[in-house]
Structure formats: C-alpha cells, structure tokens
Design a protein around this ligand. Structure first.
Ligand code: BGC
Length: 290
C-alpha cells in the first residue's frame, strides 16, 4: 500500500501537463490599469496580460527601472500605452503622488492590481519586529493605500457604460496562504490573511458604488524567486505532493485570471478569492484518503 502511495507522487506516472495556449481576447480595450510591483514575477505577467487584453498599463516598481521599462515595452508591443512609475506602495505620499500622476496623464484609472509584495522569512522565535513590520507595511498597508486612492477615483468618476459595467475593479494578489497557515512565514501569512478580510470588507462597502473588489490566490508559481527555492529535485518532488494537479503554475496563468476578473465577464463576482493553485487549497494530504 505504502508503495502505491509513493508511486502516486512520481510525476511521470500521470499524464504530461498540457499548457493553455488559447489567446487572450481584447476585452479591456481603452481601460487604464495600474499594476503594482510589476517589474518582475507575477506583476510583470499581469501587466503584459492586461496589455494583451487591450488595457493601457502603468508599470509600478520600487527598484530596477530598466526591468520596469522592459515590461512597459512589452505592453506597448501589444498595441497598448504603457508608462513606468516608481513608488513605494507602503508610503502614503508616494501612493497619492502616483495616482495623481496617472489621473493627470491618462484622465482616470479603471483597474488596480494590488500585486506588490515581499517575504522576509524567519523562525517565529527569531523574527525581528523589523521583519514583521516591513512585510505588513508592503503587503497589507500597501494594498490598503492603493485601494483607497483607487476607490476615491472610481467614486468620483462613476460608471461609463461604454467602457465597463463597473465604476472600477480592484484585484488584490493574495496567496493560498490567506487560508493555509505557513510555519516559518508568520509575517507573510498574517499579511495575506489580512488581505482576505480587508478585500471582503472593502468589497461589501463599495459594491453599491458599482466598484468590484476581488482577490487572486496564487499557489506555487514559477517566478525567479521561487525557482531558486525549488532548485533541488527533491524539493521539487516534495512541492508536487502539495499540488493535486501535479505541476507548477506559470505567471501567465495569474495574468489570465486577472484579465477575467478585470473584465465584464466577471461583473457579478464581488468579494471573492479566485485560487489559481492547481488545487493546493484542497488539503492535498488527504489525496490518498487521509
Ligand atoms: C509564495 C510562494 C509559495 C506559495 C505556496 C506563495 O504565496 O509566494 O513562495 O511557493 O505561496 O506555498
């Protein structure tokens, strides 16, 4: 029996993964989007996916202007407008200046993707206040500050039905760790759990203004940072045990989910988290019956 269970986790006993190749349709033409932390990883993929869907995109970054410029160039290549903007999302004055610059330049904003996030891992008994605070500041307070500015602009402007059914859309990039506890990452899991109830509470409050607020909860996604951590074959096999769908996710898959949540296809979706995680939130420890 034990042997069968072990074999079940050898990934080549399952069908080869087939990756999605369906093109993104231009459902967001003319809409203005801000993606925070968009110079790499998931943010980069989301910015490019929104560009492919026809949205003009602001590529926010905090360091590495060249990387941000490269993302903006890819968005322009899709035929949309793009600009880069440096701002630390945890700083109120910088966030306010960023929204003012976007509205001055492009008139308004329709879509906010709250993506910027960091990890500062430590065993709990060794975690410093600085490690705790930095992660909460960027991951949680950063999303609050950006969402607040976006809601102010959405309320001011209201619905333009030729653009979208909604006055605005906010997509919070959360994590499976908004519901799955994560030992060794207490600050990160606390920030993502916070995002969950912040997102739901904002949604409840602003939905009457026809503002839609939702989250995406990514699982294990192949970003440069993660790929480093999964480098060893053994680490990779262990990771697959946590993923019923038996493959790592690609950043582009978060991009596709963001396009859907930003579009009118999902107009009746409010205050929910869409997990894009290959089933990681399905208690995979019970895959074999528990
Ligand atoms: C983290 C990844 C991790 C994944 C699943 C994400 O929120 O950023 O590093 O692999 O959760 O644990």
């Amino acid at each position: 029996m034990a042997q069968n269970i072990d074999q079940k986790f050898v990934h080549d006993t399952f069908p080869e993964p087939v990756m999605p190749s369906c093109p993104i349709v231009k459902d967001l033409t003319g809409q203005k989007a801000l993606v925070t932390g968009a110079s790499s990883g998931i943010g980069k993929a989301v910015a490019i996916a929104l560009g492919r869907a026809g949205a003009d995109v602001v590529v926010n970054y905090v360091s590495g202007p060249e990387d941000a410029e490269a993302v903006a160039a890819e968005v322009r290549f899709c035929g949309a407008q793009a600009m880069t903007y440096r701002a630390d999302v945890s700083k109120e004055d910088e966030v306010q200046a960023m929204f003012k610059a976007i509205c001055d330049q492009w008139g308004t904003i329709d879509i906010l993707v709250n993506n910027a996030g960091i990890q500062k891992d430590a065993a709990f008994h060794e975690m410093t206040l600085a490690q705790w605070q930095k992660v909460i500041d960027v991951n949680l307070t950063g999303q609050f500050l950006c969402a607040r500015e976006a809601v102010r602009e959405f309320r001011r402007r209201g619905v333009r039905k030729e653009v979208s059914c909604a006055a605005g859309k906010i997509i919070c990039i959360s994590s499976v760790h908004e519901v799955i506890p994560w030992a060794g990452h207490v600050n990160y899991a606390a920030s993502k759990g916070g995002i969950m109830l912040m997102m739901k509470s904002i949604s409840q409050e602003v939905a009457p203004w026809r503002i839609r607020v939702n989250s995406i909860g990514p699982g294990a996604i192949r970003t440069p940072i993660n790929t480093e951590a999964w480098g060893r074959p053994e680490a990779y096999q262990n990771l697959l045990k946590l993923i019923p769908y038996k493959r790592i996710g690609e950043p582009d898959e978060i991009g596709r989910a963001a396009v859907w949540l930003a579009s009118d296809h999902s107009d009746y979706v409010n205050g929910t988290t869409l997990f894009v995680d290959g089933g990681m939130t399905l208690y995979p420890g019970f895959e074999t019956g528990g």
